[in-house]
Ligand binder design. Structure first.
Ligand SMILES: Cc1cc2nc3c(=O)[nH]c(=O)nc-3n(C[C@H](O)[C@H](O)[C@H](O)COP(=O)(O)O)c2cc1C
Length: 180
């Protein structure tokens, strides 16, 4: 597979469970010889989008758009914050549009607080990604805090298998796109 997959961690927090999930799927895809890039919204700090042309000249914005433009497919993981996606992820997506996402498959997952959390963020993410015309896969995954240890390592084997299946769905979608 020669396609370039961008993994986006949508949490602004340093010790993010979202990043723990991204680390798993990033490794799973890379092991299948995919070309994988990482965008961590804790490290890649963007200004609050204001639509001013001066923001187009900022390194952080140029770099964001370049990474997304060069990607052929995405795996986006969002935290659930107050029943939706993080402000950091929504803000990053506000710098982007259909020119960056059209005809590109996207797998999605959420890291939530446990119980029944996560689904609202995923539904919200689907609506926002429709706004940038992304081709979001029907499958998805929610990670709970008990699947991640105090060092930020995703430790649940059944969860890894479910994430593996989601990565496989993304690879299948990429192959369809490639016409393989
Ligand atoms: C501001 C804020 C709001 C949150 N709201 C929710 C929520 O609505 N539902 C939920 O399941 N978890 C909620 N959580 C818990 C996060 O989903 C949890 O911390 C999870 O680890 C993902 O966030 P992280 O990647 O930043 O660690 C919230 C956490 C924060 C900081």
């Amino acid at each position: 597979m020669s396609q370039n997959v961008l993994f986006i961690s949508g949490s602004p927090r340093a010790a993010a469970n979202t990043k723990a999930v991204v680390n798993v799927v990033y490794r799973l895809l890379r092991d299948k010889q995919g070309n994988a890039q990482l965008l961590d919204l804790h490290r890649h700090v963007l200004p609050l989008f204001n639509g001013e042309p001066t923001q187009n000249e900022l390194d952080s914005v140029i770099q964001l758009r370049k990474l997304v433009q060069e990607a052929d497919a995405f795996f986006i993981v969002t935290p659930e914050y107050h029943n939706g996606i993080s402000g950091a992820l929504k803000n990053a997506l506000d710098f982007l549009n259909g020119d960056h996402f059209r005809n590109k498959p996207v797998a999605i997952a959420a890291a939530a607080g446990g119980g029944k959390g996560g689904i609202n963020a995923l539904n919200n993410l689907r609506i926002v990604l429709r706004g940038v015309q992304a081709n979001v896969l029907p499958s998805q995954y929610v990670a709970d805090p008990n699947q991640i240890d105090s060092h930020g390592i995703f430790i649940d084997e059944a969860g890894v298998n479910a994430l593996q299946s989601l990565v496989q769905d993304l690879i299948s979608a990429i192959k369809v796109k490639e016409g393989v």
